[in-house]
Design a binder for this molecule. Structure first.
Ligand SMILES: NC(=O)c1ccc[n+]([C@@H]2O[C@H](COP(=O)([O-])OP(=O)(O)OC[C@H]3O[C@@H](n4cnc5c(N)ncnc54)[C@H](O)[C@@H]3O)[C@@H](O)[C@H]2O)c1
Ligand SMILES: O=P(O)(O)OC[C@@H](O)[C@@H](O)[C@H](O)[C@H](O)CO
Length: 540
């Protein structure tokens, strides 16, 4: 059984093996989509294939939509070359339910995949054609938090961004430079409206995308590299919107245990690949069943009826509340706490960590006691029920192959949103006292301990990728486990610049009054092998 367009002539075998297959004429859908695209997504990673692509598949099956999706990859072209093209853009979604049952779906809603690479003339020409088409209604993104960065950890403009700003929209190399250049194509083709929809886990993600794109438009306009009016098209015309969103569906990396299931069914060539840019991809994706996508309803060129596929459209204020609930308190902080301590305590599965009493108590206390008091009820999802499901059903699901190592990726980019917002809310509240926060500082100390890349038994382990490692790791040099030399002064001197960094924590932890506690916890975690667990048991 080969995963490519031939399955449409060989449906019986797939259906007999329990696969749901596309119930529409895929060739006809592809033809219509290519001639009048309405939705292009950037970031051909796992969440897109597990969530957005499957929503469109369901709507195609139900004849609510008659066009599919185009996907573009602007960072890791190997995904397109090694997964999309060899499989004719089909992928298998394996849904792992908490009762242990498994649902297998061949998703065929993606009908074209392109490398957003200005060196790849054919693909970039096609992207310009898509952006010039009046039919285009939405451009969405799952490109990770760092995809929107224009500067490095020290605040210096990235060299690719600086070069693109200097050279203009012709052949940019940076991600946002390419996106802004494509918007310039749309501007030149009649300045028709479009919605630019970030679906990444960053606070006010629409603003993050807007600010990055506007910085290019501003610079290019100022230097006369773009025609008059482009900057206003992006910033003031009301024609280009940047809605805010909240997306939620735990989508681990493709796991060998799931590959085994597919292999047993007779599916060929299912092996996952780790690309040179460290993306974990396979012809299949594995994900939980639960999913939420909440989008600010601001689509100046109209939009498909995605609400019929379960996507919630609402106002910006509600998205803000629901996103704060999920990303800042009820899910992602708990994930990050489990990620850093999981790596240090030698875990390779999040669900196993939930059987460890002290880790379970830690995330319950962060969620219910420290996070929940600052949550504003968004009205559309109940925060208490949400966190109950996260802690009792979703994270402990033993059938989900999610790992602390995946979630630990880019932690330096996530702490500000996942914990900093709560710290800020405590500082701002007349009723709450920031010094009551005891567990969040424990996670900060746990992250510093994680950065030493030595586990709690004293064995070295590999850190997950993070754009700030080059800045952060030198700070850890000279600190070692069980060393009498680890004086309070020495430790503080090393980590002070990190704790003061607002970009990392969202606040200066000294100004917030939390730094001394972080230093105490961190020092105790350095006492020797076993000290991390001992510290957790002492304080949680
Ligand atoms: N996986 C999940 O559980 C989940 C759930 C909700 C939201 N998200 C959001 O989606 C994002 C992607 O998740 P995924 O599961 O698809 O991950 P993935 O590792 O499968 O794919 C990552 C995608 O981001 C791109 N990317 C990586 N680094 C980049 C960079 N520096 N610049 C531009 N693009 C870059 C990759 O090329 C790829 O397209 C997450 O960072 C998160 O914001 C993920
Ligand atoms: O995807 P990231 O790297 O931003 O964060 C890792 C996880 O916390 C995240 O992917 C969750 O699984 C997701 O946010 C659940 O909806």
């Amino acid at each position: 059984m080969r995963l490519n367009q031939t399955i449409m002539n060989n449906e019986k075998e797939w259906i007999e093996k329990g696969y749901a297959i596309p119930l529409y004429d895929r060739r006809a859908v592809a033809e219509k989509t290519k001639s009048a695209p309405y939705w292009i997504h950037f970031g051909a990673g796992n969440i897109f294939r597990a969530f957005q692509a499957n929503v469109v598949q369901n709507l195609l099956n139900e004849r609510i939509l008659d066009k599919g999706l185009i996907v573009a990859e602007g960072f890791d072209y190997e995904i397109i070359q090694k997964m999309n093209h060899p499989h004719d853009d089909l992928s298998i979604l394996v849904t792992l339910k908490a009762d242990g049952s498994v649902e297998k779906t061949v998703v065929g809603s993606v009908v074209e995949s392109l490398c957003a690479d200005t060196q790849n003339h054919e693909d970039f020409f096609r992207l310009r054609e898509i952006f010039a088409n009046t039919s285009l209604q939405m451009v969405s993104f799952t490109i990770t938090e760092k995809g929107y960065l224009l500067t490095d950890g020290k605040g210096n403009t990235l060299s690719s961004v600086a070069a693109d700003m200097e050279n203009g929209p012709e052949k940019p190399k940076s991600y946002i430079g390419k996106i802004t250049s494509l918007l310039y194509t749309r501007f030149q083709a009649g300045a028709t409206p479009v919605a630019m929809v970030s679906m990444d886990n960053c606070s006010h993600n629409g603003n993050r995308l807007y600010e990055a794109v506007y910085a290019f438009a501003d610079k290019w306009s100022e230097s006369g590299l773009t025609e008059k009016g482009f900057k206003d098209y992006i910033g003031n015309s009301g024609k280009v919107s940047f809605p805010w969103t909240m997306i939620d569906k735990i989508t681990p990396r493709p796991d060998p245990s799931i590959e085994e299931i597919l292999k047993k069914d007779g599916v060929e060539e299912t092996a996952p690949v780790i690309t040179d840019k460290h993306t974990y991809v396979a012809p299949f994706v594995n994900a939980e069943e639960c999913q939420y996508l909440v989008i600010e309803d601001d689509f100046p060129n109209g939009r498909p009826p995605l609400e019929k596929g379960g996507i919630i459209f609402t106002d910006r204020e509600t998205v803000d509340k629901v996103e704060k609930m999920k990303v800042c308190t009820c899910l992602n902080p708990l994930h990050t706490a489990l990620a850093v301590f999981g790596c240090v305590l030698g875990y390779d599965l999040i669900s196993k960590e939930m059987k460890d009493d002290v880790l379970r108590r830690l995330v319950e206390e962060i969620g219910y006691e420290e996070g929940l008091p600052v949550v504003i009820d968004p009205g559309i999802l109940d925060p208490k029920q949400f966190i109950d499901t996260v802690l009792n059903v979703r994270i402990p699901n033993p059938f989900m192959p999610d790992t602390p190592q995946r979630i630990a990726t880019d932690t330096s980019q996530k702490l500000a949103i996942r914990f900093g917002e709560t710290v800020k809310a405590y500082i701002a509240s007349p009723q709450l006292n920031v010094s009551d926060l005891k567990r969040i500082p424990l996670v900060f100390a746990g992250w510093l301990r994680y950065l030493m890349s030595i586990d709690d038994d004293g064995t070295p382990f590999e850190l997950s990728p993070d754009p700030l490692l080059d800045d952060l790791l030198p700070r850890m040099v000279g600190l070692s486990l069980g060393c009498d030399d680890n004086t309070e002064e020495k430790i503080e001197k090393r980590i002070r610049p990190v704790l003061e960094n607002k970009n990392i924590f969202g606040v200066n932890l000294y100004d917030a009054g939390l730094a001394p506690l972080v230093c105490i916890y961190f020092r105790e975690m350095l006492a020797g092998p076993g000290a991390v667990r001992k510290t957790l048991e002492k304080y949680v």
